[in-house]
Design a protein. Structure first.
Length: 375
């Protein structure tokens, strides 16, 4: 009889400091998975800790329809950071909830029902988000899901243009597919999605839950292509490890969003964490640092690992290394023999999503370890 329904890893993590975490025996691990991209500032960051401490001693909770200083501050911070002319904020507790809201809002605002998503997409695990997620394994136990979802091959502009029609409520896309294997969208693909949704009166949703907030070397990955969506969703690193998600949308969506709410969304303590996180990312220009470190890391992988790896993809500090064999076996060796934690993205891709504050020494350590494991 197990005490928890997840399978457990063999390491018991008890503390974190910057880019490192430590287990119950005091062994240190370099967190190159960034705890699934949830700690852009590193573990235990002072700005987040002191913002949370201050808010905890003032007010832990009041429902979201009451204005609270820190929540108002966060709205301003998010609107200021949002791409293009997106200036409405809805707050929740996770990525899948942010996407769920985006799907509901776009149905309400357009009066349409259908969705277009991409093959290999990952958008979360609640019923709506899961319906637009590609992998059968995640869905098969819970069907039937939403029926009106069409999947097009990622980066197939022609298929995208054909899939969107007058019944489409929204197209939802990750500007770089994360879980699907670190696949960057072409500018043409996102532009086609923009044109098709404009023409059909549908919403364009970018799921920037993994790509956003500086990870890819820009505040938002859609900036690479110049395409501005109607809705952008963010979560993961938004609270530097504390649970928060947001659905940021244009006026025409917000004006007709329907009826949707979340008891804990916008919790003042979590709002304080998110406000400190986004402000620090921008004040310290961490997107630029991520771009520089990402380039350094990818260059070193290409130079030092050469033919030992099949491909290196991604932007900034969202990196996929196609290892041409079981990613999980490489990850196990990295963890056990080298004290480095990273992630898989599919069967054969090692995914790096480290804190945005890593330095060259950390990148060097990963490449050296990979070189040993791979050869
Ligand atoms: C692109 C993307 N969308 C949505 C989600 C779901 O977020 P959460 O696990 O916070 O519900 C994830 C999580 O991995 C993600 O990477």
């Amino acid at each position: 009889m197990s005490d928890f329904i997840y399978s457990k890893k063999p390491i018991q993590i008890e503390s974190g400091d910057g880019v490192y975490m430590s287990d119950d025996g005091g062994t240190e691990y370099l967190d190159m998975g960034g705890s699934y991209a949830c700690v852009p500032l590193g573990h235990g960051h002072d700005a987040v800790r002191s913002a949370v401490d201050e808010q905890l001693s003032k007010l832990t909770y009041v429902q979201a329809t009451y204005p609270v200083g820190i929540r108002e501050e966060l709205y301003g911070t998010l609107v200021d950071a949002a791409p293009g002319d997106i200036d409405n904020v809805w707050l929740c507790n996770s990525g899948t909830e942010a996407n769920e809201a985006a799907l509901k809002f776009s149905r309400s605002a357009t009066g349409n029902t259908n969705f277009v998503a991409s093959m290999q997409a990952f958008h979360g695990r609640t019923m709506g988000s899961l319906s637009l997620t590609w992998k059968k394994k995640y869905k098969k136990h819970y069907e039937p899901l939403l029926e009106d979802v069409e999947f097009v091959p990622y980066n197939d502009s022609e298929a995208m243009a054909e899939a969107v029609d007058d019944d489409t409520a929204a197209v939802m896309l990750e500007p770089i597919q994360g879980e699907g294997g670190i696949n960057p969208a072409t500018t043409e693909f996102l532009e086609t999605a923009r044109e098709a949704t404009d023409e059909a009166g549908a919403a364009l949703i970018f799921d920037e839950i993994q790509t956003g907030l500086g990870r890819t070397g820009r505040l938002w990955e859609c900036e690479r292509t110049g395409v501005v969506p109607d809705i952008v969703t963010s979560a993961k690193g938004l609270g530097n490890g504390l649970p928060i998600g947001t659905t940021l949308c244009r006026d025409w969506i917000a004006e007709d969003y329907g009826s949707h709410a979340s008891t804990f969304g916008g919790n003042p303590v979590i709002a304080a964490a998110a406000n400190a996180t986004v402000s620090t990312i921008r004040e310290e220009d961490l997107p630029a640092h991520a771009a520089e470190m990402g380039e350094y890391l990818r260059d070193r992988v290409e130079r030092d690992l050469g033919n030992a790896v099949r491909d290196v993809r991604g932007q900034g500090l969202m990196i996929g290394i196609e290892v041409g064999r079981s990613a999980n076996s490489v990850l196990r060796d990295l963890a056990i023999e080298h004290g480095i934690l990273a992630l898989p993205a599919g069967r054969t891709v090692v995914r790096l999503l480290p804190p945005l504050v890593i330095e060259e020494e950390h990148a060097d350590r990963v490449v050296d370890a990979l070189a040993e494991v791979m050869t």
